[in-house]
Design a binder for this molecule. Sequence first.
Ligand code: SF4
Length: 332
Amino acid sequence: MGSIYIQNNKDKYINFFSCCILVRGFERSTIYDIQRETIEFIPNTLIDFIEDIRGRKVSDVLEEYKLNKTAKEYLNFLEKKEFIFYSSNPSFPNLSAISINEDTSEILFTTVILSQHIYDNIDTFAKNIRQLGVKRLHLHIDNGNCMDQLLKILSSLEYSQASNVSLSFPYQKINKKVYENKRLTSITLFNSPKKQSLINNDIIKNYITCDDSKLFLTRFNLFDIAIGINAYNVAKNYNLALFKTIFIDRNGNIKHNFSDKNSYGNILDDFEEIKTNTVKTLSKLWSIKKDDIEPCNVCEFRYCCTTTYLPEKGKTGYKVDCNYNPYTAEFN
Ligand code: SF4
């Protein structure tokens, strides 16, 4: 049983890489490789198997499972995917938790629906985005001829901390100067005559044929996951989807997400007001982890999901109505 590699390591112990996180779901489980930033779907029985063999001598495991075909497949899979390694040490320290309080930003992720109103107050808007410490910014414009407006907004954000900027606007010719912006990572062009994906100056351009009506609806899809040490640490302590995340509508209202009926302040308010009142009110939901929400608490995506559902308090605890059903592993 097992590869030549495992046969040559019979006297060693089986170890699971500490950067690979096992997350048990109801219907299926996952392994988050937070170093490679990838996710692997696995059956729940594989988690049981890993828990059984972890830290055990290779020769003992080979003996116990010598007649088990599935165990052989599991071992080959774990070895091939480099989730396990063999060592003279039976165990290694777990990944140490990094402090998530080192980041001094008030807000990290922001989506903005730009409008003439915000554009007319661009200096105040840019100053507040800068002072909030926003690192990842999405700007949405619904003007079919927005290149001048866009270049002015990008230039006003020159001194912000935003290191990752993405854009969405209607299909149109893109001014070459836009590609010179080093923070720009992706552009979504909606109402495009043709669906396609292109890369220009390392910027991903997604041309989509539909309009923008569904772009910001809260729905889970597999593009909405964040696998990495920072995201995992936040998800263990906070609601990863809502933590330091805001949505700014065309009137400047600050909300949790596109569907949020409440407004907690305005991006054109005085910064001290935003910092002391708006952020404080928003942060009330940040500590409701996916572990505390039904059905997220049995979902294999609970430590990587960035879908901004707002938890509602029911009789038995918090719940969300997600389009992904972790009990069946199906999308509605
Ligand atoms: S059930 Fe919860 S954790 Fe799972 S995909 Fe939906 S919102 Fe995310």
